[in-house]
Design a protein around this ligand. Structure first.
Ligand SMILES: [Fe+2]
Length: 289
């Protein structure tokens, strides 16, 4: 099976290789639902700072508590496997429409500042990507951003996760298989400890860790708007047996009252296609990488 995970160098969108790069993006959206970005415009220094502070925060504020809870769950779980929980330590920062950053007293001011700056860069990147998708789909610029807007703008938030080493990886998944309920998801994942996998053509494929890259996947709402042309695919995280995996997933989702439906022009283009039912969403992710 040919499976070269799609990696896009965004710098090439400015030069002679633009058409080729847009084709690669289209192919990734249609056949993978996932791709990885290089030269995405977010500085490596900021990414390094976010990673360092996230790992410090986990060690100082979360690790001990997670170990206590997790060991208890493994001891009390059935011998055949744990199916009702994930092996992850996580918290969710909301940026839009209203920040909840002040609800986390264990974050120090430097960590908050770095996460705010990172979120601002990711918000711009998400909106740029939505317009690149519009271009490939033949939709007018801004169509997807407007579709997500509702009355108060998009919901945008970041799920900060750590997947510590699991003593019994055969019993429990890091994160069970799921698709993402929202719009477009931008992931800053650990470049040393892998574990994220997506389902393609019936096989689980590793999403390769790459230093300073951003992994992007498409959520269910984009699959609906594109009338199924672009895919929201199943993915999961395998619990690491050694090393701590960091995962910072940011969700650019439709606003709480946005009503999502297939773009009319994509229904017309799809000969014989039947429009899907409009899907109101609450804008909050239910599951994440
Ligand atoms: Fe996910």
């Amino acid at each position: 099976m040919a499976c070269s995970f799609p990696v896009l160098d965004m710098e090439k969108l400015r030069g002679k290789e633009r058409e080729q790069t847009m084709d690669l993006l289209r192919d990734a959206c249609e056949k993978w639902g996932f791709f990885e970005l290089l030269n995405h415009g977010i500085s490596h220094e900021l990414m390094d700072e976010v990673e360092r502070r996230t790992k410090e925060h986990y060690q100082q504020c979360r690790e001990q508590k997670f170990k206590q809870l997790a060991c208890k769950a493994l001891k009390s779980g059935p011998g055949t496997g744990v199916t009702d929980m994930d092996w992850e330590s996580t918290f969710f920062l909301r940026h839009l429409p209203v920040s909840n950053m002040s609800d986390f007293p264990d974050m120090d001011e430097e960590y908050r500042k770095a996460m705010r700056e990172f979120a601002t860069g990711l918000e711009k990147l998400a909106e740029r990507l939505l317009d690149l998708l519009c271009e490939n789909l033949g939709l007018e610029e801004g169509y997807l951003k407007n579709a997500f807007y509702g009355s108060k703008g998009p919901n945008f938030g970041t799920k900060v996760s750590n997947y510590p080493p699991c003593p019994r990886p055969e019993l429990i998944h890091g994160l069970r298989a799921h698709t993402d309920a929202g719009g477009i998801i931008l992931l800053f994942q650990d470049d040393r400890v892998s574990g994220l996998q997506l389902l393609k053509d019936g096989h689980w494929i590793d999403v390769p860790p790459m230093h300073h890259s951003i992994v992007v996947n498409l959520g269910d709402q984009l699959e609906v708007i594109t009338n199924g042309k672009y895919k929201s695919v199943l993915h999961r995280v395998v619990a690491p047996s050694d090393g701590n995996r960091m995962s910072i997933a940011s969700f650019y989702n439709p606003g709480g009252d946005a009503v999502i439906h297939p773009a009319p022009s994509l229904v017309q283009k799809d000969a014989g296609g039947v429009p899907e039912t409009a899907v109101p969403v609450n804008g909050q992710p239910t599951t994440t990488p």
